[in-house]
Design a protein around this ligand. Structure first.
Ligand code: ATP
Ligand code: MG
Length: 411
């Protein structure tokens, strides 16, 4: 894409009404725009990153048998009443219609998925099954100061699984854990993301969160480095040693909850009368699990954990563009390079702005944070090519124009 055509611009000034780093840098770099506290627009660059995050999650959920659906955001009051959450879910946004019917905007979707999937479950032959969606959620969060980390409107991937018994739920729960680790790996977050023991529900002693270590994180976790596990501070009283090796020398860190998984048991199936006939023809309650990830929170988390003083450093897998091509007054030559990169399938942002000074282009490239910066200048051409620099590194390398595509493909 040509930068001259991008309708957004980077900002010179920090936005004044934001305290969180992720919102400040993402607004300044032109990825998001703020409408109100906890409510943001994804601009072209931000939307591209968000779509890449979602696609990675989608692929890994599909790989473990999840079937993608899209449920409504507008959910009638009766559904919430069936589970007691019309009164008990503090963060629900409630609204009425002209016909005096009441609704809540989806803050979570057990109240929709359980009766919906229930229509198709008759016998044990229909189980196990899992469905997921990637959708906008609404929560009236009290503190919405964390930028994309705590939105009032935010995206969530929510997977729900349905099983004949606890044993098959436990097996699938482990499969989802593994799939989550693949997601953190693909997002470049594996090394700093911990499976974390958190308070459970009525059905299981613990639930599990996935916590990404970040100084700005809202949560405090205690890490066992040997087992790569952590415990959330909220349960540390009950469990002051590593649940795996019983080591008590745990390291305290701040972290962001990027996902969590939960054994729901029969809480929702019993609320909606979700039963199946077992092999002996006996009626049994379906056992459920739910598994969340926050793609928009992940977008903010990556900005929090992967940046330097100059701007964001996107991991390749989710970068808005792989290459940021800067033309310093060698427009014809650069235009040709741009076309060659596109033809080779290398997604490129081409800073072709005639009015921008070289310094401004460099500053923007660092702020926006694409993995490779390719500069075409009189100097680089004299040296026989273009200058390539990785956003994450310091080395400048002159690469012959005829070898640029090959060079980038080799990385
Ligand atoms: P938290 O403890 O941070 O309030 P939660 O435990 O309520 O989150 P879930 O309801 O299980 O979270 O939601 C699943 C995932 O959705 C979370 O792990 C997180 O990644 C994301 N998420 C939850 N609330 C928000 C929010 N307000 N803004 C952005 N993402 C969120
Ligand atoms: Mg939580």
């Amino acid at each position: 894409m040509k930068q001259s055509k991008l309708f957004t611009r980077t900002l010179k000034e920090e936005p004044k009404d934001e305290v969180s780093f992720n919102a400040r840098v993402l607004i300044r770099a032109g990825f998001i725009d703020k409408l109100a506290a906890g409510i943001y627009t994804l601009l072209p660059l931000g939307l591209k990153v968000h779509q890449k995050i979602c696609q990675i999650i989608r692929e890994e959920m599909t790989a473990i048998g999840g079937q993608e659906i899209l449920m409504p955001a507008l959910i009638p009051k009766e559904n919430w009443e069936a589970t007691g959450r019309w009164e008990n879910f503090d963060a629900l946004f409630k609204l009425g219609s002209a016909e005096l019917k009441q609704y809540a905007l989806g803050a979570t979707h057990e109240e929709v998925v359980t009766p919906t999937v229930g229509k198709y479950i008759l016998s044990y032959k229909d189980l196990s099954l899992a469905v997921f969606q990637i959708q906008t959620k609404f929560r009236d969060e009290k503190r919405a100061k964390g930028g994309l980390i705590r939105g009032r409107e935010f995206s969530m991937k929510d997977l729900y699984s349905f099983h004949p018994d606890e044993e098959t739920l436990s097996q699938y729960y482990k499969i989802v854990q593994k799939a989550y680790f693949k997601i953190w790996q693909r997002l470049g977050l594996l090394d700093i993301t911990y499976l974390t023991y958190a308070a459970g529900g009525a059905f299981s002693k613990y639930s599990h969160e996935f916590q990404t270590v970040a100084e700005s994180g809202e949560d405090t976790i205690f890490i066992c480095e040997a087992c790569k596990l952590a415990i959330n501070r909220e349960i540390i009283d009950e469990c002051s040693a590593c649940p795996n090796c019983h080591n008590t020398e745990l390291v305290e860190k701040r972290a962001i909850e990027v996902g969590n998984i939960f054994k729901l048991g029969t809480r929702f199936s019993s609320a909606f009368g979700l039963k199946y006939l077992d092999a002996a023809g006996e009626e049994k309650e379906v056992v459920m699990g739910c598994y969340g990830i926050g793609p928009s929170r992940l977008l903010g988390t990556i900005a929090e954990v992967s940046h330097d003083a100059k701007g964001i450093i996107w991991p390749e897998a989710v970068a808005p563009f792989r290459v940021h091509l800067l033309s310093l007054k060698e427009d014809e030559e650069t235009e040709k390079i741009y076309k060659d990169l596109l033809a080779a399938g290398i997604d490129t942002l081409y800073d072709d702005r005639a009015e921008a000074q070289a310094g401004e282009k460099f500053t923007d490239a660092d702020l926006i944070g694409c993995p490779y910066r390719v500069v075409v200048s009189a100097k680089s051409l004299r040296e026989g090519g273009v200058e390539v620099k990785q956003r994450a590194g310091h080395n400048l390398e002159i690469v012959k124009i005829s070898r640029l595509v090959e060079f980038l493909n080799r990385q």
